[in-house]
Design a protein around this ligand. Sequence first.
Ligand SMILES: [Zn+2]
Length: 318
Amino acid sequence: MSDPPAQITATLASLGIEVLERDWLSSNSVLFTSADPLETATVVDTGYSRDAPRTVELLRQRLRGRALGRVVNTHLHSDHCGGNAEIIRRFGSSIWVPDVSLEVVRQWDEKQLTYHATDQRCERFAVAGGVRSGSEVRLGGRPWQAWSTPGHDPDALVYFEPRSKVLIAGDALWRDRLAIIFPALAGADGFSGVRETLRAIESLAPRVVIPGHGPAFTDVSAALRSSRERLAAFEREPAKHFSYALRALAMFRMLEYRHQRRAELRAWMRAAPVLEAGRRALALDSENTLRLVDACLDRLQADGQLARSGDILSVGAR
Ligand SMILES: [Zn+2]
């Protein structure tokens, strides 16, 4: 079933929402403006740090002089909160994060915040407060419910508006892929968190989902079905999840750098700290890891995601 884009646009416009969609490196930013002149604008998620100047420019164009009072983050991966610091500087906004992440952000513990393990960048920012799962946040003049969605990130929240049944899903539900299950990579049980999250989203019966990456969609049952199929495949064969994570993290890195020597990317993939527990769990010695790295790079090239010219890899056409 194809989405009716006009209907989605109309629904989102009625809620005061504009979605800023960029390439996969930066999460979508969901901007709320209200008809009420007393309510300042809010943006949910701010993309990756490299895109921060562009994010500020896009927001400025849409705000048309209005104040951006708040930033709300679904979770604290670098591609969702990388624009926070620049937005504070430019708009003086206050930053709200899931309350379970408050202390980690206040202390700026880069290990817990995953930036250290993934070797991704995120400028430190000051936080104003935390949003608790089960509470409501006023966005665009309406109350939105915060729901806990462990799995991809144990601390992540999604936001749901029960009258329109619109869901801001962050990385808890994408249209045709399942985001990396980070706790599983770290050797914990992340799979049951994903199952719980998919069940919770299904029970909300959203009509429109604004994912963290990619366009908004309405065929929610197909997305849930495909996520469950992926989850089952990963549970049957955790090595599949490891390979998927290896490819996804390599592509994220390539989207950041655009071009890289193959040997450099290969060395990074072989030793990335975020994959260390997975390598141990799968008993991959350095030779086996390298074989897997090469298979992943070959597949990314065969899929057209990477292009190779001599020693240099570049982001491909798709
Ligand atoms: Zn994420």
